[in-house]
Design a protein around this ligand. Structure first.
Ligand code: BGC
Length: 255
């Protein structure tokens, strides 16, 4: 799948799944904006990987929950690369607590990043795509937990469930403009978001037992699906979630 002459923004692409998508899209020929938050050297590794692969990229610091910063991300992208074809809402966070003790401020932070962020980014990206003409691609990184409950992770699950319906609804609204909107729903992918489980062999074994394929997914495996959904070959695919979870959602749980 090639993405030549396309311009892609990937939020939260300093690490993990976002990093793998940024590198894969650059390898496929897209000019890439590595969106990150925090320290200026955070996106260095992703930029280096893209450079090593012979790709083209720049990094922009954006808090996706802030409308002004999101608008500026789109403006800077267009200033630098001339257009915007692909927007990947990947940035996401999770904090785990039992529901009865879940602090409101953490709930609000999760909603701001995982749901308000994709809403603002998809809206600003789609405005640019409509203005320039020729359609576009919006890809949201959701989770198996847009469907599957996860105790101690209620706000995260609620935002991913929200992303499911945001995608379905705006896919219908944006279809006349040639813009497709899809979710990717990863299962357990080996990234920093699961550092606590990766460092605990007992928890890790418990998680692996829930996955028919019996292993963590790799960020690159998710990236392959993102490149396909971003490509011209996926023009007729919109409004759906594509799970990539080693069979986790289909686990019967019986012996
Ligand atoms: C969560 C991980 C979890 C995985 C599988 C992801 O969406 O971020 O914490 O291990 O789903 O349950």
């Amino acid at each position: 799948m090639r993405l030549e002459n396309k311009v892609a923004v990937i939020t939260g692409s300093a690490t993990g799944i976002g990093q793998a998508i940024a590198v894969a899209m650059a390898q496929a020929g897209a000019a890439v904006v590595v969106d990150y938050i925090g320290k200026p050297d955070a996106p260095k590794q992703t930029l280096q990987m893209i450079q090593d692969a012979g790709g083209k990229a720049t990094a922009i610091d954006t808090d996706v929950s802030q409308p002004d910063q999101v608008n500026s991300l789109i403006q800077q992208t267009v200033q630098q690369f001339g257009r915007l074809d692909i927007f990947v809402n990947n940035a996401g966070i999770e904090f785990k607590h039992p529901f009865l003790e879940f602090p409101l401020d953490q709930f609000q932070k999760i909603v701001a990043v995982n749901l308000q962020g994709p809403f603002l980014c998809a809206q600003a990206a789609a405005k640019q795509m409509v203005a320039q003409g020729g359609g576009g691609r919006i890809i949201n990184i959701s989770s198996v937990h847009e469907d599957l409950p996860m105790p101690t992770n209620a706000p995260y699950c609620a935002t991913k469930g929200g992303l499911r319906m945001l995608t379905r609804t705006i896919a219908v609204e944006l279809a006349p403009h040639g813009i497709t909107v899809n979710n990717i729903g990863p299962g357990a992918i080996y990234t920093p978001i699961d550092a606590d489980i990766e460092a605990n062999p007992q928890l890790e074994a418990q998680l692996m037992a829930e996955i028919p394929v019996g292993r963590w997914g790799k960020p690159e495996e998710v990236a392959g699906l993102a490149v396909f959904l971003a490509s011209d070959a996926a023009a007729y695919i919109t409004g759906s979630t594509y799970f990539i979870d080693g069979g986790m959602l289909r686990q019967a749980g019986s012996l």
